[in-house]
Design a protein. Structure first.
Lengths: 199, 199
DNA sequence: GACAATTTTTAGCGACTGCTAAATACCAGG
DNA sequence: CCTGGTATTTAGCAGTCGCTAAAAATTGTC
């Protein structure tokens, strides 16, 4: 019989429905849309349509599109962080780090978020925070691996991680466009770096 | 007294008004909007407003927004190519190449175009073509510099150019977000590479 | 000054956008 | 069964979008 309903909802970003199935479906649809058609295609109506619900629900679960983008970024970042942490327990830390940084799927999404962050300060802040954490965790993983295996690295771990991040991103993106110049030699360069860290 | 006016205009991308002052102002406004507010902010109405003309003129000079984006990219690419060619006549080819690749202004624009290319095939094609040419010209400039000065490079020129492109882009973008991890050591790495090419 | 091509504006169509108020459906605990 | 919170929908506002037809203004040419 419809009580007063929902006034004063959505003060905080996290709310009761955070673990909701629908909310998760919306986020998944957002990620897919963003990857396939770019961030400008992520609209409440399209999200609703893709998730089989009404567009209004998007505004029920997210205070604004800004909030949705930040939530999506955080979730994506958490997932990636978990993958990096798992690599800590592997015997092939360098290989896994390179695989993560050169993943073309992540690359496309990363570029979309970077473009978004150019004009959405909330997204920029989230990216900067997670980006630093992400790098530090990679750095720790690599250092621990080197120590555990008694390896004397030919290159500073900080530098190596930055090189993997930058070349991994650019190569995966350019490859998607059909570019090839310098790719072979760059991949070989990284491969040799990784080999030099073999136990 | 208004004759038949303009039927069957705009068959080709290039048309009579290509050198028009208005057309150029629209492109300049597009570049500025894209850099400051992202590609999604580049709309005919905002371009018109920024250029002091009506939105309709955008559609008079450009067959579609796709056409506008490609034209803008081509113009930007030509300008950059001219700058690289100039570097050919300098005594500091490596330094200039690094300066070009790590320019944060170009970086932001580059990311916007990469994001655009994710869902605008015409933009992707233009980027792939110019990207390869761009790299090749850098490569030729570097090789010519090395030969003229009798320098035996410690690193393959192809690889060095790819490293400058990838680290230059990522560092400039991350710096804009406030990230710093690994930046100092990476800049030092590039600087040492450049130093090793001194005559 | 007439004429024709070029440039620019006015007006508008159909579709989409973020977001909100209000109503309804659903579901668990008493 | 009833009550109250949660989830979802219906309906709509005010604004923007790309793009077009048509008219008007501007400009160059003879």
């Amino acid at each position: 019989m419809t009580r007063v309903a929902n006034t004063a909802k959505r003060q905080r970003t996290r709310q009761r429905g955070d673990s909701s199935d629908t909310r998760q479906r919306l986020l998944t649809a957002a990620e897919q849309l963003m990857r396939e058609q770019g961030y400008a295609a992520v609209t409440s109506r399209r999200l609703g349509q893709q998730s089989g619900v009404t567009a209004t629900l998007v505004h029920y679960y997210f205070a604004s599109m800004d909030d949705l983008f930040v939530s999506l970024y955080r979730q994506h970042a958490e997932t990636t962080l978990a993958r990096v942490r798992q690599a800590l327990d592997t015997q092939q830390v360098p290989q896994v780090l390179w695989a993560l940084n050169s993943d073309p799927i992540d690359g496309v999404l990363h570029v979309e978020f970077m473009a978004l962050s150019n004009h959405r300060p909330a997204v920029r802040e989230a990216m900067a925070n997670y980006g630093e954490v992400y790098r530090k965790i990679q750095h720790n993983a690599l250092k621990k691996y080197l120590k555990n295996n008694g390896i004397e690295p030919a290159m500073d771990p900080d530098l190596m991680i930055t090189l993997m991040a930058s070349t991994g991103l650019l190569l995966s993106l350019e490859q998607a466009s059909g570019m090839t110049f310098g790719h072979r030699k760059t991949r070989r360069f990284i491969a040799e770096l990784i080999d030099s860290l073999e136990a």
